[in-house]
Ligand binder design. Sequence first.
Ligand SMILES: Nc1ncnc2c1ncn2[C@@H]1O[C@H](COP(=O)(O)OP(=O)(O)OP(=O)(O)O)[C@@H](O)[C@H]1O
Length: 435
Amino acid sequence: MGNVATRKRPGCHHTARSDENEEEEDGPARKRLRIAENHTENEYQKLAFKSRLQKLKNCRPHLKKGTYKVEEADPRPPLPRFIVDDYDNYEKPETANRKEFAIPWFEHLFLPEFPTRSVINEKSFILERQLGRGSFGVVYCASAIHDSERKFAIKMQEKREIISKRAVLQVKREASIQRLLPAHPFIARTYSTWQTRTHLYSLLQYPTGSTGDLFSIWRQRGSLSEAAIRLIGAELASAIDFLHRNDVIYRDVKLENVVLDQWGHALLIDFGLAKKLKPGCSTGTICGTLQYMSPDVASGHTYSHYVDWWSLGVLLHILLTGIYPYPNSEATHHANLKFIDYSTPIGCSREFANLMDRMLAVSQTHRLCSFTVLHAHPFFRSINFSKLEQKDYTPASEIGNAEYDTYQQNDETLDDALFKENYDFDRFDYFNDRF
Ligand SMILES: Nc1ncnc2c1ncn2[C@@H]1O[C@H](COP(=O)(O)OP(=O)(O)OP(=O)(O)O)[C@@H](O)[C@H]1O
């Protein structure tokens, strides 16, 4: 078929074709004649030739006449040298090499927080049992392959889930904050992180002989004694203060994020919502667990580290009374959170009642918003924080000795009387004189 298109048909005049034939037939003589006919072009060539000849004569006067060789001008524009050189000298990587060094995007996405080649990896451990479930995967208790006595928690998160929920930055931030944080007795350490093609792994501190997270403990045993709450509260306060001093706002203090070891010491886990925030700076992301969320976060205005003290207040309130301080148990959106109808817990010590009033005050002027104030509060007066951080106290001995009876919440007359008395007295004592 291709031949049909180029075949000369009878009666059809092909100009280009006939010129080519003429050239072929007459040779260079015929070509010269055609150039001569084109007068303008010819004149131009002559002038150009003369000018180049003159230039050559000027720069090489020692050469005799007639020995010059002028080459025909190249009709194409000169190629920029650097492109030609680059192209000529460019060493294309071997196909095999390229395959070896290429990092797939779903691995690259989680670098450098989750390295792809780690000395410690999932093959170094034996997974024993499941400890809990998070948004993107499962947390296992694991023992080191060469030392079965050493226990760790391994958090295994699915990359697919993380990407589909657009939480890549969140998990990377969590890993980097936890890994850079200095050691603290009440914060779970992150020893290592790595990734496979499908999963992210975090090797975490496992509390020795863990009795589970605080939520499960509270659900099994009910309300805790004030003595136990004092020790657990003080340990968590020490951990939160440490985070703030290291420019970290935690934003997710809740029962589920505290695990206890066999002596009842608290360990703060899950830095999924933590953020680097310098003192005096504020942030505005509405995040956290609704029932623990402070009015400042829920309002959508900017807030700072102090919101963690509100959440700790909610946690301590639940540990003692078994209920949330504000009617938000059914809330599904931050805009629906209500900060009304608070009543001071009754049937507890005046110190604890006052601590709750202070930590859960909606007005920031009345609210307890710093470790210094908490540390000096009468509820924690008996605690030596240096000894606490040395783990000199044993909260386990106090856990389970509940003294608080939740039915007293219904006695409204007593409730009101106690609230007024405590509030006025304490307000004078702590706001004006001491804090
Ligand atoms: N270091 C640890 N030691 C013991 N148990 C742990 C540890 N880390 C996590 N767990 C258990 O696993 C559960 C889920 O862990 P975690 O909350 O860290 O996961 P997550 O994926 O960050 O979840 P979330 O959806 O709350 O962000 C916890 O509630 C706890 O019971």
